[in-house]
Write a protein that binds this ligand. Structure first.
Ligand code: FAD
Length: 302
């Protein structure tokens, strides 16, 4: 962590909420479903797909988790009503995983029941390593129960991921670097090894017949992914690229111009402030991005 990152993380709770809102507005659609629908509609008009995340993690009781599931159902209904090309990304802890595995599974099933009639996909985000086994178990049980439009996420920074990619052959898997800082015994910390694990896991998924959602803003990895796709002569029904709302849009435009499908991750919800603070505190690298943004916006104002 650089001194600047440390300073940003320490000072952030003291920064007025409206300033954090301004800083995070590029990365979060807004507090309401209408905000998310507006953003998704704009993305669709640019030829980009979306996956929508209702903000809310580590809920305190079952009713909060059920309320989040209900918000997903409302979002899926709205996508259909408004003719939007979007699916959803759910977080197991937001749907109650820390309160009980069965509660979480029931809530994910509620979301799937709303998504399946309109052929929409439910991505199960991967959170910190205390949830990895339960999240993969959840995915397997849902798949074995006959749900085909659901898939997990693998984090290339975890040492176990190449093996998980082999085990998940044939599934639809999002591959990302991983946002959470884990013990060094289970996680690669240096970028060359994280990138190496990403490329190896992606090749494993593609060769195993998986649909791969390649989630990165790292241009080097985008180039490597394009190489793997080219070498295998894969058609766009075998993969897509994914990026976070507001991050490196020019790279996203290049991906679309290269003829690939691109899906943008669109978070929205009342918990935008807590989400922004938690992301920053979990991974100070992002603080550097925010500081860079702040610096750039200050610069632009001159
Ligand atoms: C669609 C999508 C879904 C994801 N789902 C998960 C998940 O389920 N579980 C999980 O652990 N992680 C998830 N992530 C986050 C991911 O693990 C990485 O932390 C994040 O994408 C940064 O890694 P990178 O591959 O972009 O490479 P980096 O080397 O971190 O970033 C490359 C460049 O992109 C820019 N950049 C990257 N991230 C940001 C940001 N947040 N703000 C501003 N600029 C940025 C910077 O310019 C940076 O130099 C997801 C990412 C995406 C794109």
């Amino acid at each position: 962590m650089t001194l600047l990152d440390r300073a940003v993380v320490t000072l952030l709770p003291a920064v007025p909420k409206r300033v954090v809102r301004t800083l995070s507005s590029r990365y979060i659609a807004g507090p309401t479903l209408e905000d998310a629908l507006r953003v998704v509609s704009g993305l669709n008009a640019e030829g980009k797909l979306a996956t929508v995340d209702v903000l809310g993690e580590e809920v305190a009781d079952a009713s909060e988790a059920e309320a989040i599931a209900a918000e997903y159902v409302a979002a899926l209904d709205a996508f259909e009503r408004e003719g939007l090309d979007a699916n959803v990304s759910v977080k197991p802890t937001g749907l109650g995983l820390k309160l009980g595995y069965d509660l979480c599974k029931r809530n994910v099933e509620t979301v799937i029941a709303a998504a399946e009639p309109t052929n929409r996909f439910v991505r199960i985000d991967m959170e910190d390593s205390s949830t990895t086994d339960d999240t993969l178990r959840l995915f397997r049980e849902l798949r074995d129960a006959g749900h085909t439009r659901v898939g997990p996420v693998l984090q290339a920074s975890l040492k176990r991921t190449v093996a998980d990619a082999e085990e998940l052959a044939g599934a639809s898997v999002r591959l990302c670097k991983g946002i959470y800082i884990e013990p060094e015994s289970i996680q690669f910390r240096d970028d060359p090894r994280v990138r190496g694990s990403f490329v190896k896991s992606l090749a494993t998924l593609l060769d195993g017949g998986s649909y791969a959602a390649i989630a990165t803003h790292d241009e080097w990895l985008v180039d490597e992914a394009e190489r793997l796709i080219r070498e295998r002569a894969l058609t766009p029904d075998r993969y897509e690229f994914q990026m976070l709302l507001g991050v490196r849009p020019e790279l996203g435009d290049r991906i679309v111009a290269d003829g690939h499908r691109l899906r943008i991750y669109v978070p929205f919800g009342r918990q935008w402030y807590e989400y922004s603070l938690r992301r920053l505190q979990e991974n100070p690298k992002i603080a550097g991005y925010v500081a860079g943004d702040l610096g750039r916006s200050l610069f632009r104002r001159r």
